[in-house]
Design a protein around this ligand. Structure first.
Ligand code: DOR
Ligand code: ZN
Length: 351
């Protein structure tokens, strides 16, 4: 079965600052091994991507190391609004962290949210990490300034129902849900282990998880929030939050298709069509993936390309497997082997 190249709008490369977790080489290899031909990289690196110097460092690393195509987000800070304006056309969007997260980019003061939303060009997508009531607050502020807002990793019933109501009112809001909130819940924490389970937003109740499935039509995109931390870090007394996700998303969704929970069209819409529309991602010519819909296999971290060395889905039985990735006419990945070279990926906003 042939599908378009998948697009992951929410990925954490760890370069610069934490390349022992992931870098632009290993992270984009993981993307291709998961069927993704475009990844959009989050700005909570060290240093964070909040000015032109930091953006230049990331652009340089990505240009020399990326194996798939990519875009880069800018991070909203307390005092960088003026610095961001000239960078807007080089980025895929602005990320605003409004709640607890990994890294230093957190905006508590709502008047700063308003400043960013009112000052930026309308065509620049804005993505908010907001949980619970912050979602209501950011939807209101974005709509006051007539700026579309995209909500990252929606995870609860109250959130998805609020977004449904906002959409019904005609507010320009879109959202994404992560595989781990669709396929895991609190009840999986003992099996994964309490420390490794740490992720933001946390795994939720079964009721929350089911509500996401029941409101599938409200979900515009699936996004992995690929947030690699090493096993040693995850098993430490202060585990950083985050799961790898690039190499497990597609088989989980293909399995859900077999189970009748999704159609192939549901998956393509949320991992290609809608991401392309919301983030103005250009078509990738001669780009597609081939999947074997029927292979049954078990997810094993040992077989992955991410540097982090673990997955919360270890041992899960899945049905459907990526065979080949063709990126801009070239065979990039085939049956577990990586052919795309570092530096072959293109910045989708390159001028
Ligand atoms: O679990 C998470 N990990 N949530 C975030 O918001 C950040 C991410 C990371 O960068 O590790
Ligand atoms: Zn994230």
């Amino acid at each position: 079965m042939r599908l378009p190249g998948l697009i992951d709008i929410h990925v954490h490369m760890r370069e610069p600052g934490a390349t022992h977790k992931e870098d632009w080489d290993s992270g984009t290899a993981a993307a291709l091994a998961g069927g993704f031909t475009v990844v959009l990289a989050m700005p909570n690196t060290q240093p964070p991507i909040t000015d032109s110097a930091a953006l230049a460092v990331v652009e340089q690393a990505a240009q020399t190391k990326a194996r798939c195509d990519y875009g880069i987000y800018l991070g909203a800070g307390a005092d960088n609004i003026d610095k961001l304006l000239p960078l807007a056309d080089h980025a895929v969007g602005l990320k605003m962290y409004l709640d607890q997260t990994f890294g230093s980019l957190r905006l508590d003061d709502m008047s700063l949210w308003a400043k960013h939303l009112s000052g930026l060009p309308k065509h620049l997508p804005v993505v908010a990490h907001a949980e619970g009531r912050s979602i209501a607050a950011i939807i209101l502020i974005a709509s006051l300034f007539d700026h579309p807002i995209h909500l990252a990793h929606v995870s609860t019933k109250e959130e998805i129902l609020l977004i449904r109501q906002a959409k019904e009112k005609g507010i320009q809001v879109t959202c994404e849900v992560c595989p781990h909130h669709l396929f895991l819940s609190e009840k999986d924490i003992p099996a994964i282990g309490a420390r490794r389970s740490e992720v933001r937003p946390m795994l939720r109740s079964e009721e929350d998880r089911c509500s996401l499935w029941e409101n599938l039509e409200v979900i515009d995109c699936f996004a992995t929030d690929h947030a690699p931390h090493t096993l040693a870090e995850k098993d430490s007394p202060k585990p950083p939050p985050g799961y790898p996700g690039l190499e497990t998303a597609l088989p989980l969704f293909l399995t859900a298709i077999h189970e009748g929970k999704l159609t192939l069209d549901d998956v393509i819409r949320r991992l290609n069509t809608n991401p392309r529309r919301i983030f103005n991602i250009p078509e990738q010519p001669d780009t597609w993936i081939d999947v074997d819909m029927d292979e049954t296999w078990e997810i094993r971290a040992a077989e992955t390309y991410t540097r982090c060395g673990w997955t919360p889905f270890e041992g899960r039985k899945v049905r459907g497997r990526l065979r080949q990735v063709t990126l801009r006419g070239k065979l990039a990945f085939d049956s577990g082997k990586m052919y795309a070279q570092p530096g072959s990926g293109l910045n989708i906003r390159r001028k």
